[in-house]
Every structure is written in C-alpha cells, then in structure tokens.
Write a protein of this length. Structure first.
Length: 95
C-alpha cells in the first residue's frame, strides 16, 4: 500500500491555486445574458436568460465553497507549521 505524503507547502500551494480559481469565477463575465439580447427568438432569449441566472447562482455557491476550502487549507498549513515549531522547541528544550 502506498503512503500519501503531503507537505505544508503542498497545502499552501493548494490554497493559492484554489483562490485563483475562485477569483476567475468571480471575474468571469455573464456572456449568456449578453447573447440573449442578440437573439431574435423570444423563447431562446428567455432560455439563455434563465441559464445565465442559474449559472450566476451556482457560480456564487461554488465560489463560497472554494473560499471556505481555501480558508481551511490555510488554517491547516498554519496549524501544522505551529505544531512543528512547538515540537522543535520541545525537542531542543526551549519554551
């Protein structure tokens, strides 16, 4: 059975990359709404507007989830760093 090795730097890197993904989602354009304005068929324009609204809602939920995961990854990395410092201090006889 293989061992899983994850370093604190890996966790920090994950947080950074997830923050970048969340930022991309946040700054992405709602092009479906723009296309709806250009479509002459009323039913298709309505469907595009519905899609755009649903995507906006789901994108916001995804961004919230990503941001929560970023925070948890940062907290985990900080916690491991703090624990490592405490262990080093204890082994070296420090306070």
């Amino acid at each position: 059975m293989a061992d899983l090795t994850v370093t604190v730097d890996d966790v920090r890197d994950l947080a950074t990359k997830l923050r970048q993904v969340a930022t991309e989602f946040e700054h992405s354009e709602d092009i479906a709404s723009d296309y709806a304005e250009d479509v002459s068929h009323d039913d298709l324009a309505h469907e595009l507007e519905q899609f755009a609204e649903n995507w906006r809602v789901h994108r916001n939920k995804l961004m919230e989830g990503l941001q929560s995961f970023v925070e948890k990854a940062q907290q985990a990395a900080d916690g491991y760093d703090g624990l490592e410092r405490e262990l080093v201090n204890a082994l070296e006889g420090g306070s």
